[in-house]
Design a protein around this ligand. Structure first.
Ligand SMILES: Cc1cc2nc3c(=O)[nH]c(=O)nc-3n(C[C@H](O)[C@H](O)[C@H](O)COP(=O)(O)OP(=O)(O)OC[C@H]3O[C@@H](n4cnc5c(N)ncnc54)[C@H](O)[C@@H]3O)c2cc1C
Length: 401
């Protein structure tokens, strides 16, 4: 972000964030970290990442733009700067991605005063990990087809049903949960809850192991689980509208409470380093014109995405409020896949060496990145669905039959 577009306060904050991150980078993790938060599997990884998020929060780098009464910094336009600096510093990622990017912003828009005060601080500090209970065996792309039911019982609701693909569910204290409260209306029959998970009666979390061997996903079963009405977010029957707010944030159409760190900022740098370290028949891959061209292509797409991101921040340059964010989700998820494929191509046969093998290039990053990359075009709504939304709502094409 160039200094010219920052106010003096924002410039000062940027310098502070840079300095703080240089002085406070955490010690090496006690055990290898996964590539993103949704593959965090062990208690050791969780504790390390939770402590790091807490430290960033205490330093004002998370929740910077949230109101102070809900645990935020009370600033304007600081979070984007913090996110950039976290990425630039190549520090570990923040673990509470559902809390930061989905729960907190949704509660801020739809919550009561009491809900905002109770829930938002834990999302920001990372002390309370959140998961998202939207997907069900029959309700992925067709999200309005929710079957998990919530039936009123005095001051509580009784929840029964089955959620699936619940990232971070094994460590979550809370879930953002969509339920069916009426069978008479598809969309108006949904209600949204902030649901206790960890150790809660009637809730069972069962890990699902992915192709990578990591267990970041879960199934969550509700059997007569009691949820107080005080944890209902917005009105009964308003669940679809509230879920749309969550999806707007999940699909990147708005600045969230905090993100950054991890792998996000120098996507082609890893490829360059890999090419420099890879030798075949006495030739360095970095000298091979085909490899150089493939990396250059990735760099061009990365720059296009960066410029689109900048353009999305200037209202006068946006013809439709949803176009650039939807387009970025499509491009960035395919970008991750293409990068991983180029990495695997460069590493060649060695790319099959897994993370525990000392001979594996980049400490076994590439096979993990490759296998995980397929989730990116599915999570947060598949790219087919994104294309439908772009076609129908942004380009105004006729609805598919
Ligand atoms: C890495 C990852 C993390 C996830 N984390 C979570 C989480 O934490 N919480 C959660 O609730 N969910 C999570 N999910 C689930 C995710 O949101 C769903 O997988 C996704 O919405 C797709 O739903 P589905 O798997 O039921 O596929 P389906 O809806 O069954 O779709 C199958 C295929 O048919 C296509 N298709 C379906 N309908 C149409 C249509 N109308 N037009 C064109 N094509 C269509 C789809 O694009 C897809 O290719 C996660 C998924 C992944 C991969």
């Amino acid at each position: 972000m160039s200094k010219a577009v920052l106010t003096p306060e924002q410039q000062e904050f940027q310098e502070y964030a840079r300095r703080w991150l240089a002085e406070n980078a955490p010690p090496p993790p006690p055990e290898r970290l996964p590539i993103t938060a949704i593959e965090v599997m062990t208690v050791g990884q969780r504790d390390y990442l939770q402590a790091w998020q807490r430290k960033c929060y205490d330093a004002g780098l998370v929740g910077a733009d949230y109101p102070t009464e809900y645990g935020g910094g009370g600033h304007e336009g600081f979070q984007r700067i913090a996110n950039m600096e976290l990425g630039r510093a190549k520090v570990p990622f923040l673990i509470n991605i559902v809390g930061l990017n989905m729960a907190a912003p949704t509660i801020l828009v739809h919550g009561t005063e009491a809900q905002k005060e109770k829930f938002i601080p834990g999302c920001l500090s990372g002390d309370e990990i959140w998961c998202q209970g939207f997907s069900e065996p029959g309700a992925g792309s067709d999200m309005a087809n929710q079957q998990t039911s919530a039936v009123p019982d005095g001051d509580d609701w009784i929840v029964n049903g089955h959620k699936v693909w619940t990232s971070l569910g094994h460590f979550a204290k809370w879930m953002i949960l969509i339920t069916r409260t009426s069978k008479d209306h598809k969309y108006d029959g949904l209600t949204y809850f902030l649901c206790p998970i960890e150790g809660h009666d009637g809730v069972t979390v069962r890990p699902l192991v992915k192709i990578t061997g990591e267990a970041g996903f879960n199934e969550v079963f509700f059997e007569d689980a009691r949820v107080p009405d005080a944890y209902r977010l917005d009105d009964v029957g308003k669940g679809w509208t509230v879920a749309m707010t969550t999806l707007t944030y999940e699909r990147g159409a708005a600045e969230s409470a905090g993100s950054g760190g991890g792998e996000s900022v120098h996507p082609t740098q890893r490829l360059i380093e890999l090419a420099r370290d890879t030798w075949r028949d006495g030739e360095c891959a970095a000298d091979d014109p085909v490899t150089r061209d493939a990396i250059m292509q990735r760099a061009i797409v990365a720059e296009g995405m960066r410029q689109n991101g900048r353009r999305a921040r200037v209202e006068a340059l946006c013809d439709h409020p949803m176009r650039l964010p939807l387009q970025q989700k499509l491009t960035s998820s395919e970008f991750v896949q293409d990068n991983a494929r180029v990495g695997v191509d460069i590493a060649g046969a060695k790319s099959t060496l897994y993370k525990l093998d000392e001979r594996a290039p980049s400490k076994g990053y590439w096979p993990l990145a490759y296998m995980n990359s397929y989730g990116h075009t599915i999570a947060a709504g598949t790219n087919e669905i994104q294309r439908n939304i772009l076609g129908e709502r942004v380009l105004g094409l006729p609805k598919s039959k």
